[in-house]
Design a protein around this ligand. Structure first.
Ligand code: ADP
Length: 161
């Protein structure tokens, strides 16, 4: 039975930090399903379709990664996809509190699904989607921090701003 994990997030937009987490996940699991959360509560900059497309375009070379959009319960998605684990990334102690609460809640909802954490690569610990959006909106260079397919989408947003 192949081991499969769901890697959920907002990916608004996907960064090299996210890519690193997924690739580390592939050393632990046979398949990773990247679940792009609709997450209207976060008022994402990019619509769901664009966020999914940017993630897909960032993994064209990796057949063991599947990208899907979802809304609703993460444990439901994991069950539907026959995943036995949830994959998340940790950058710093400040990520821990929220991640701990989410993992504990998900365990309450389904004790058979384990949450696995991988640590960010050192040079991406400061990379977040929020900083990418902010730096990009002010005309800063983010080319070393996001996969190339994300760049035209960020530029298009800047032109419209
Ligand atoms: P969410 O809204 O669910 O927090 P994000 O897209 O912001 O979605 O993040 C998804 C996951 O990826 C989280 O576990 C987050 O900690 C992790 N992550 C984001 N950026 C990085 C990074 N630079 N290095 C390691 N993990 C990261």
């Amino acid at each position: 039975m192949p081991r499969c994990a769901v890697y959920p997030g907002t990916f608004d937009p996907i960064t090299f930090g996210h890519v690193d987490v997924a690739r580390r996940g592939l050393t632990l699991f046979d398949r990773i399903i990247i679940g792009v959360a609709d997450n209207p509560a976060k008022s994402p900059l990019f619509d769901l379709e664009t966020r999914v497309a940017m993630v897909q375009q960032s993994f064209t070379d990796e057949t063991r990664v599947t990208v899907i959009a979802f809304n609703g319960l993460l444990v439901e998605l994991a069950r539907e996809q026959q995943a036995t684990a949830i994959l998340r990334g940790l950058r710093s102690a400040s990520d821990f509190e929220y991640e701990f609460q989410m993992a504990t809640m998900n365990r309450r909802l389904d004790a058979s699904i384990e949450t696995a954490f991988v640590m960010a690569r050192e040079d991406y610990t400061f990379v977040s989607s929020r900083f990418i959006r902010e730096i990009s909106s002010m005309g800063g260079d983010i080319t070393s921090l996001v996969p190339p397919p994300v760049i035209p989408h960020l530029h298009a947003k800047m032109q419209r701003a």
